[in-house]
Design a protein. Structure first.
Length: 560
C-alpha cells in the first residue's frame, strides 16, 4: 500500500487515489441479531450509510460535514477498519486505500497506513504519562529505541508538548489530551490521517499548531480527512473537497464554493458571509445584530424598594486557590467573582488555564485549598456534593465520564429519581429534557451505540431533567451540529426557574450570541470580566488568551 503511482496502457504514469469509496453502505447489527434471536418479526436497524462514493488524491484534504448522527463517524470507522473488525454489521461496496482494497486486511496492518484521532481523547489515550502515550504505537510495532526517542522528541517539539513530556495524562486538560492523541498518531507516520472533530476543545494556539501540522503533512503527500461541525474553522485549512452527509446519504461532494452555495447556515456553522446572503442585501448591520445577538436572560428578577429591577448574588467566589497535590503547581491562583441571578456567562481561556478545575469547585467535586465559595449565601464547604447537586447541574466535557445506564431513558431518569422526582413529575421532566435536545427517538437505545454528538446531548438532557437552579456546561457545543446547539440554547432561554447558566467554551460565536458576560481565564487568574463585545474587541487580550477572532466578531466590530 505504499505506492501512489500506476502505469497506464500508454506507458504514462497516473496517480492512484489515496482513498476511494465505491457505493459503500453499512448497517449495524441489531441487538436481537447479535443474540441469535429470530428477527423475522422485528425491524432491522436502518442503514447508517447508504451508497457513498468519492475519491481523494494524495495530498488532498477532505472535509466531511453534516448534522449529528448523519454517519460521519461511522464512515471514518469504515475507512480505518474498526468496521467490520470491531463493530458488527453489514458492509457492502468497495474501499481502496492507495490503490489496494482493504477487505481482509488486519487492523494492525491498516494502522500502519491510516491513523485516526477520535473526538474523545479519553477513548484513545492508554499511557499514564505523555511520553508513554506517544511512544505506545511505536513500541507495539517494535521500533528501535534510538529511533523511537528521536521521533518522540521531534513530534513533542512540533506540537509544543515538550513541557508536558513527564506529565500524567489524566492531569491534562481536555484540549491538551487531544494534542497528545494527535502526537501519538503522528509518530506512526501513516499515509492517511483521519481527524474527528479536531478543533472542538482546542484554543487558538493549539488550533494553529494543528493547522501547521496538517499543512506540513499535505506537503509531504499525506491525505487528510476531517469531520468537523465548525465548518468556518475547517475552511482555514484550504479544503480541497467537501462531502456533505444527511441521514447516511451523500448529499454533495465537490469543491468549497459549490458547497457554500448550497449549504444551510441554519444547519452548520458557516462564515458570516453565508448568513448575510441568507438575510439579503437590504438588511442593516443593526438588524443583523438584533437577529444574531440574543443573550439569554435566566431566572426571575426581583425589584428593590425603589421598584428598579435588581439581580441578587447566588454564587460568590472569594480568593480561590487550588492545587491537585501538596507540592504541585497552583492551578487556580486567587480567583474572585460573583454570579447574579439572571446571568448567562461564558468562561473562555487557553487549554490548561484552569477552566474545568474552576467549575468543579462550584460542585464540590474539588474543594479549594484556600478561599471560600458561597452558594445561595451558604458556605459550600459545609455542604455535601449530593446537596449541591440538588441546586447545581454540571455536564462534563466528555460524555464517557457520565454515561452508565443501559438506555437513554434510564440515563436521563437517574438524576431526577435520586432527587426524589416521582410519577408525573418524573415523566414530565424526562420527556421535556429529551425533547429539548432531540434525543427522544433514542429513548430505548443504549447511549453507548450513539454518536459522540448524540451522547453529548444525552448527558445534557440528564442534567436538564434535574431542573437545577444553576447550569454549568463544559464545551456544550462539542460534537453538535449548529441546529442542535441553537435549539439547546433556545430551550435554556425558556426554562422558567433557572437562575444562572455558565458554560466553558472555545466557541467565540456562542459567547457572542447567547451571553451577557464573559470571563477570560489565563494561568489560573481572571484576565477580564465584562460584556462580550466590550471584552472581545481587545485584539491583544484575545491573543494573550489564545482566542481567534471569528468572522462574526470581525463583522460586529467593523465600522458601519
Amino acid at each position: 500500500m505504499s505506492s501512489y503511482e500506476t502505469s497506464g496502457t500508454d506507458g504514462t504514469k497516473k496517480v492512484e487515489p489515496a482513498v476511494l469509496l465505491d457505493h459503500v453502505s453499512f448497517r449495524y447489527t441489531a441487538p436481537e441479531e447479535q443474540e441469535g434471536q429470530d428477527t423475522a418479526s422485528s425491524a432491522s436497524l436502518p442503514p447508517v450509510l447508504a451508497d457513498i462514493s468519492f475519491s481523494l488524491l494524495p495530498g488532498e484534504l477532505l472535509l466531511i460535514a453534516g448534522p449529528s448522527g448523519c454517519g460521519k463517524s461511522t464512515l471514518l470507522k469504515c475507512l480505518n477498519g474498526l468496521i467490520p473488525h470491531t463493530y458488527s454489521g453489514t458492509l457492502s461496496g468497495e474501499i481502496r486505500l492507495n490503490g489496494q482494497a482493504i477487505h481482509g486486511i488486519s487492523l494492525r496492518d491498516l494502522a500502519r497506513h491510516i491513523g485516526t484521532m477520535l473526538q474523545d481523547p479519553d477513548k484513545q489515550i492508554v499511557g499514564s504519562t505523555v511520553e508513554q502515550e506517544v511512544a505506545f504505537g511505536m513500541e507495539n510495532l517494535g521500533v528501535p529505541r534510538s529511533q523511537m526517542l528521536r521521533t518522540l522528541q521531534n513530534v513533542l517539539h512540533q506540537l509544543k508538548l515538550e513541557p508536558y513530556r513527564d506529565r500524567a495524562t489524566h492531569a491534562l486538560s481536555g484540549g491538551q489530551r487531544q494534542l497528545v492523541a494527535a502526537a501519538g498518531l503522528l509518530v506512526m507516520e501513516p499515509a492517511i490521517f483521519l481527524f474527528d472533530e479536531p478543533f472542538a476543545s482546542l484554543d487558538s494556539f493549539a488550533v494553529d499548531e494543528l493547522e501547521q501540522l496538517i499543512h506540513h503533512l499535505r506537503q509531504e503527500g499525506h491525505s487528510i480527512i476531517i469531520v468537523e461541525h465548525r465548518v468556518e474553522e475547517a475552511l482555514y485549512l484550504d479544503v480541497d473537497k467537501v462531502l456533505l452527509l444527511d441521514r447516511g446519504r451523500q448529499v454533495f461532494f465537490g469543491d468549497v464554493p459549490s458547497f457554500l452555495a448550497l449549504a444551510d447556515p441554519d444547519q452548520m456553522k458557516l462564515p458570516v458571509t453565508s448568513r448575510l446572503q441568507q438575510f439579503g442585501a437590504s438588511v442593516t448591520r443593526q438588524e443583523v445584530r438584533e437577529r444574531l445577538i440574543t443573550p439569554i436572560i435566566t431566572g426571575q428578577r426581583t425589584p428593590d424598594e425603589d421598584g428598579v429591577q435588581k439581580s441578587d448574588t447566588i454564587l460568590s467566589l472569594e480568593n480561590i486557590h487550588y492545587r491537585y497535590a501538596p507540592f504541585s503547581p497552583e492551578i487556580l491562583r486567587g480567583i474572585s467573582f460573583q454570579i447574579r441571578r439572571g446571568e448567562t456567562i461564558a468562561l473562555l481561556g487557553p487549554n490548561g488555564s484552569g477552566k474545568t478545575t474552576l467549575v468543579k469547585q462550584f460542585l464540590g467535586l474539588l474543594r479549594p485549598t484556600q478561599g471560600s465559595i458561597q452558594l445561595y449565601g451558604k458556605e459550600s464547604k459545609k455542604m455535601s456534593v449530593a446537596k449541591i447537586a440538588g441546586q447545581v447541574g454540571y455536564v462534563f466535557q466528555y460524555p464517557g465520564a457520565m454515561l452508565y445506564a443501559p438506555t437513554v431513558r434510564q440515563e436521563v431518569s437517574f438524576g431526577p429519581e435520586n432527587l426524589g422526582f416521582r410519577g408525573d413529575q418524573l415523566t414530565s421532566a424526562v420527556e421535556q429534557a429529551q425533547r429539548a435536545v432531540n434525543v427522544q427517538d433514542f429513548a430505548d437505545q443504549s447511549p453507548f451505540t450513539l454518536s459522540f454528538g448524540q451522547q453529548k446531548r444525552v448527558t445534557i438532557a440528564s442534567i436538564l431533567a434535574m431542573r437545577s437552579k444553576i447550569l454549568l456546561l463544559d464545551e456544550p457545543t462539542a460534537g453538535q451540529d449548529y441546529r442542535s446547539y441553537i435549539a439547546l440554547m433556545e430551550h435554556i432561554r425558556r426554562i422558567p426557574d433557572l437562575d444562572a447558566l455558565l458554560f466553558i467554551t472555545h466557541d467565540l460565536d456562542l459567547a457572542l450570541r447567547f451571553t451577557q458576560r464573559v470571563l477570560l481565564l489565563k494561568d489560573g487568574r481572571i484576565e477580564a470580566d465584562g460584556p462580550p463585545l466590550e471584552i472581545l474587541r481587545d485584539q491583544e487580550l484575545l491573543h494573550r488568551c489564545h482566542l481567534r477572532p471569528t468572522s462574526l466578531l470581525n463583522y460586529l466590530l467593523s465600522s458601519p
